[in-house]
Design a protein around this ligand. Structure first.
Ligand code: MG
Length: 393
């Protein structure tokens, strides 16, 4: 039976890891949430199955060549949109949009949702990282709200609620944000250990089950680097005041240090349904407990400094963040190319950071003044990164 709740949700990127987990949250909270649209790139089978269960008003298939197949397989009464224009159209028709699109392709969803003055549950960190300079002004659109669906940023969002808020809604008395990192599958390994690691090893994440792109990003610590930029964009904290600490158990999801020496942390088992539910319900909370800790059996919680020699991507992300302007967009695009080359077995794991370092040196300092400029920077960086990957043979 389709959910019947009052809050309408557009779920864009419904067939990926965050998309399917969002539907698990909605399934558990049927009296509260209703899926009004679903969008997927080309996973027709799963999209049709989801539409049959949740009975949205509209479904979008982004690859337009698949439209007729989707139309033929859906029950009557569900509108079918096709092409990337759907990503800007569907957020206007829902109370909350969950942006679960993978990579830079999620930028139009972020822009459209904020422009429509709606709540954005943002799982697509790339749109904020690459598009920061153009996304930031849209956050002040009346009614617009950006709630992160990234476990670390969800944690910080919760920790900041125990701080002091000034008249402009800015949080005062924050000394430092501390992002935790699991360390990924290669924690404790040395650079020479990692010369010949396989794709399978990189995809074997110790604590989180996620899609392939973000799992590779976790293995290089680029995911954490991008999250440092994301935290800077979301919370307006200087890079000097954002620290990364490795915490292999992934139970402390991040922390905030306040001026009086207090640290507030958010803890739960690693379960993305918690940040998804938080972003949907904020400032309330959902009734279903995802990620509840069994304290008697939790064991120990360890913390250590990241190994920035073995994992240079973390430093590259800080560098791009401090450069500002379009440098994060440039780095993000190059990273998407390098990770895809690794997934396609065209680049070694250590090659990812080497390509990114070389590519970042070629960033020309363009200011990100409009979406068109950001899209152009993204395109040019992909060209440069692709030629670096190809030149390595
Ligand atoms: Mg995260």
């Amino acid at each position: 039976m389709a959910p019947t709740g009052d809050t309408s949700i557009a779920l864009l990127g419904s067939t990926g890891s965050i998309g399917t987990q969002t539907l698990e949250v909605v399934r558990a909270e049927r009296d509260r949430y209703r899926i009004v649209s679903l969008a997927a790139w080309r996973s027709v089978d799963l999209l049709v199955a989801q539409a049959n269960e949740f009975r949205p008003d509209a479904v979008a298939i982004i690859d337009p060549s698949l439209r007729s197949e989707v139309v033929a397989r859906l029950p009557d009464g569900i509108e079918v949109l096709a092409g990337e224009s759907a990503l800007a159209e569907l957020p206007q028709r829902a109370d909350v949009t969950v942006n679960a699109v993978v990579g830079f392709a999620g930028l139009p969803v972020t822009v459209a949702t904020l422009e429509a003055g709606k709540r954005l549950a943002l799982a697509n960190k790339e749109s904020l990282i690459a598009g920061g300079p153009v996304v930031q002004p849209l956050r002040s659109t009346p009614g617009a709200e950006l709630i992160p669906v990234d476990s670390e940023h969800c944690a910080i969002h919760q920790c900041l609620r125990s701080g002091v808020t000034d008249a402009n809604g800015c949080t005062e008395r924050v000394d430092r944000l501390v992002l935790t990192a699991s360390g990924g599958p290669f924690r404790g390994r040395t650079k020479s250990d990692l010369e010949s690691v396989s794709l399978q090893e990189a995809l074997n994440h110790p604590t989180w089950s996620m899609g392939p792109k973000i799992t590779v990003d976790s293995s290089t610590l680029m995911n954490k680097g991008l999250e440092v930029i994301e935290a800077h964009e979301l919370f307006g904290v200087d890079y000097d005041d954002i620290e990364v600490v490795v915490h292999p158990q992934s139970i402390v999801h991040s922390m905030v240090d306040f001026s009086d020496g207090t640290t507030i942390a958010q803890l739960s088992m690693p379960d993305m349904r918690l940040p998804i539910g938080y972003a949907l319900a904020y400032p309330d909370r959902i009734a279903t407990a995802f990620g509840r800790i069994d304290w008697a059996n939790v064991g120990r919680l360890d913390f250590e400094a990241p190994d920035t020699e073995t994992f240079p991507c973390l430093g590259l992300a800080y560098a791009a963040g401090r450069m500002g302007g379009s440098a994060p967009a440039w780095l993000n695009a190059a990273n998407e190319v390098a990770v895809q080359a690794f997934l396609d077995s065209k680049l070694s794991w250590v090659g990812i950071a080497e390509v990114l370092e070389e590519c970042l040196e070629q960033h020309d300092g363009t200011k990100a003044t409009s979406i068109e400029v950001v899209v152009d920077v993204d395109r040019r960086s992909r060209e440069v990164a692709t030629s670096i990957v190809n030149s390595r043979g």
